[in-house]
Design a protein around this ligand. Structure first.
Ligand code: AMP
Length: 207
């Protein structure tokens, strides 16, 4: 099963992808995680995209497309994958269509006020990318990762200015993909405003 998870930042795509990858036994490919890992390891790509991520803007299509193309060519992707955060623009979607056929595009529907609440309270384990929320999904010990015990961080792009910018970018560049994939008959809409276990049940039912 080759799936794309579409929806605004903070819709819960990453949280649900972690469950879905176990269930379907396919890799979870988050372009945001790939960029963050390059930034952490100070690779050439990481240095190039660091400021872009911090501001909430989009990495140029050519760079992102190349990275995804290489990733889905790896052997673990032969039975499928979950793309989380890609495509985010029409040119990226066109490039993906040239790379492979997608089976389903799941659109995570969440009201914008909810998205802002989720993003501003979000915390992350810097080494594993595990996500928490200070109110909705707090760690066992405040400020610490449940498994590694590391100090949780707030992603630079979860600060208020960057959130506003990311949502503008979503509206202008990514939202048009809903119609793009609807025309192809691939869209499955799910109400993602409920708790993660319910969203996951809805995902399974939709697929
Ligand atoms: P995410 O973790 O999906 O919210 O992505 C974090 C950031 O990574 C985004 O705000 C962009 O700066 C960058 N990014 C992730 N995926 C893409 C993409 N498909 N195209 C361009 N930039 C991306």
């Amino acid at each position: 099963m080759k799936m794309v998870f579409l929806g605004p930042p903070g819709a819960g795509k990453g949280t649900i992808a972690v469950r879905a990858k176990e269930f379907f036994n396919i890799p979870h490919i988050s372009t945001g995680d790939l960029f963050r890992s390059n930034i952490k390891n100070e690779t050439q790509l990481g240095l190039k995209v660091k400021e872009i991520l911090a501001s909430g803007g989009l990495v140029p299509d050519s760079v992102t497309i190349e990275m995804v193309k290489n990733r889905i060519a790896e052997p673990d992707c032969k039975n499928g994958f979950i793309l989380d955060g890609f495509p985010r623009t029409i040119p990226q979607a066109d490039a993906l269509a040239e790379m492979t056929d997608i089976d389903a595009v799941v659109n995570f529907v969440v009201p914008m006020e909810e998205v802002v609440k989720r993003l501003s309270g979000r915390r992350m384990c810097p080494s594993t990318g595990r996500l928490y929320h200070i109110v909705f999904n707090p760690p066992k010990v405040e400020g610490k990762d449940d498994e590694t015990g590391e100090d949780l961080i707030q992603r630079p792009d979860d600060k208020e200015d960057a959130i506003v910018h990311r949502l503008e970018v979503y509206e202008s560049q990514t939202k048009p993909l809903i119609d793009y994939y609807r025309k192809k008959g691939l869209i499955k809409e799910i109400d993602a405003s409920v708790k993660p276990s319910d969203v996951f049940e809805r995902l399974k039912a939709a697929l």
